[in-house]
Design a protein around this ligand. Structure first.
Ligand SMILES: *Cc1c(COP(=O)(O)O)cnc(C)c1O
Length: 368
């Protein structure tokens, strides 16, 4: 089946008692013993969560899914499923929160890590140690839009008997399916494109069949308890129904704007994998069916100019986050704080679903 059909049909059953075409929101905390579904308590089981997990498993061609209350909770669950003394290889431009989680929290529990440039395949192979259990990549990456060759890294992982986890938040399962390219785990912050309307926080882990951490993940979800509410799962599934359509328009709007900005003398660099000038373009063409709705630009005039531009837009709202129908803009280094590795003149832009001409006119004016 095609993704457009899966996105609408997966996890959607017509209720046999009422004929309701859309699912009810199951707010119950507990379930009568002996029920046919085997549900016990809402931290461990919830029908809305189960439907959401089924849908994402289908979209990713995975075997099992675990929904969490945020993207960070999903990433934390995967890392917690490892053991003290294990080593992970992380992309050197991994999402800021993931780097903080690893360095500030999990290192105290004995999880070791190395930061590596994932576009340097030899460096990735060299970073594998005797205790390495997982390579963790993010593609496209936040906020530099670096593209990592999932297939090439999965080959290294397989040869070294190491797991591969992919944060696919920026691509969504519509544009890229890491499990089909050899990954063991794919994670999304569902707060972003999957929800798509900036009104919920969530995360998901989808695993291939018999991936080594699946049992641990199930226990961490049920016992750690960072589970999403029934309402958030319901909202998410509702958002996913239009995900393929939304992604098509996000891609088309972002491509149009990236092309115009690339020729603009006020912008010295445009990071967008759809541009031929992007160093990851050929890998992106191979592993993605579209280039997404995120782009970052570096402006002439440095940090001060970047801050002015972010404050001057009228349609783009200056706010963190991404992937909603509305366009957002932010000066990333300021948001990340003093330990940020992001260039000071970089502006991260989430291209929404407004008309691209209106978005471009807004950016044009703000660039001054
Ligand atoms: C936002 C984001 C996360 C974190 O997700 P939350 O839902 O905010 O916890 C992780 N990875 C990437 C690539 C993100 O953009």
């Amino acid at each position: 089946m095609n993704l457009e059909t899966i996105a609408i049909q997966a996890g959607r059953g017509t209720d046999s008692d009422t004929g309701a075409v859309m699912p009810a929101i199951n707010l119950t905390t507990t379930y009568k013993r002996g029920n046919a579904a085997g549900m016990v308590y809402s931290r461990t089981d919830n029908p809305n969560r189960a439907a959401l997990e089924d849908c994402l498993v289908a979209l990713e061609s995975g075997a099992v899914g675990f929904a969490f209350s945020s993207g960070m909770a999903a990433v934390a669950a995967v890392f917690q499923a490892l053991s003290s003394g294990d080593h992970i290889v992380l992309a050197d431009d991994t999402y800021f929160g993931v780097r903080e989680l690893t360095i500030d929290i999990l290192s105290r529990w004995g999880l070791q890590h190395s930061l590596v440039d994932m576009t340097d395949i030899d460096a990735v192979a060299d970073s594998i140690q005797a205790n390495t259990r997982m390579i963790w990549i993010e593609t496209p990456s936040n906020p530099m839009l670096k593209i990592t060759d999932i297939e090439a890294i999965s080959k290294i992982a397989r040869e070294a008997n190491v797991m591969l986890g992919v944060d696919g938040t920026w691509a969504t399962p519509i544009l890229q399916q890491p499990l089909r390219l050899g990954a063991d785990y794919v994670v999304h912050s569902t707060t972003k494109y999957l929800g798509g309307h900036s009104d919920l926080t969530g995360g998901i882990v989808v695993a291939r069949e018999a991936a080594p951490l699946n049992e641990n993940l199930q226990v961490i979800q049920a016992t750690g308890g960072a589970v999403p509410s029934a309402f958030d799962c319901w909202l998410l599934l509702r958002g996913i129904r239009t995900l393929p359509l939304r992604m098509r328009q996000h891609c088309s709007n972002a491509m149009a704007i990236a092309r115009i900005l690339e020729a603009d003398p006020r912008v010295h660099t445009v990071h967008y994998p759809g541009l031929q000038s992007h160093p990851g373009h050929s890998v992106a063409v191979r592993q993605m069916s579209g280039f997404g709705g995120m782009l970052s630009i570096q402006v002439e005039g440095g940090e001060d100019k970047a801050a002015i531009v972010c404050g001057a837009t009228k349609i783009f709202t200056e706010a963190t986050s991404l992937g909603g129908v509305e366009s957002l803009i932010e000066h990333r280094a300021l948001v990340e704080g003093p330990t940020s590795r992001t260039p000071r003149d970089l502006i991260r832009i989430s291209i929404g679903l407004e008309h691209p001409d209106d978005l471009m006119a807004d950016l044009d004016k703000a660039l001054g």
